[in-house]
Design a binder for this molecule. Structure first.
Ligand code: AMP
Ligand code: ZN
Length: 114
């Protein structure tokens, strides 16, 4: 999508601190980190949110979680733990309408979230 911030990062029209890429996804550091490790993992395909996941594209969700698993190990988070967040829609706090999962780690997380 031409006016989507994360599509522009996928297409290298906007620079991001990219740390992983394969044929289906990219991962990059969040510009406004909420924890010592704060990585966003996104599909290359423009999918607005979890609301648009269906039988045809559901495999991307598993793939993203495999990538998160790998990145958590690489960043030394796997043993201590970490949090995976997906914000969906206005009440969920989604501000960029291109599906993304936050990988947050490196500090104690609080519960419930705000
Ligand atoms: P959400 O609020 O779940 O939609 O998350 C959007 C995230 O994108 C926020 O954590 C922002 O800090 C992050 N973000 C916005 N613009 C950029 C950018 N240019 N590069 C990296 N992260 C960004
Ligand atoms: Zn997009």
């Amino acid at each position: 999508m031409s006016d989507c911030l994360f599509c522009k990062i996928v297409n290298d029209e906007i620079k991001a601190s990219k740390i992983y890429e394969d044929e289906k996804v990219i991962a990059f550091n969040d510009i406004n980190p909420q924890s010592p490790v704060h990585i966003l993992v996104i599909p290359k395909q423009h999918i607005p949110s979890i609301n648009q996941i269906d039988e045809s594209n559901q495999s991307i969700i598993g793939h993203i979680h495999l990538v998160i698993n790998k990145l958590a190990k690489e960043k030394g988070l796997a043993d201590k733990g970490y949090r995976i967040v997906n914000n969906c829609g206005k009440d969920g706090g989604q501000t960029v309408n291109h599906l993304h999962f936050h990988l947050l780690g490196g500090r104690d997380m609080q519960w419930p979230p705000g």
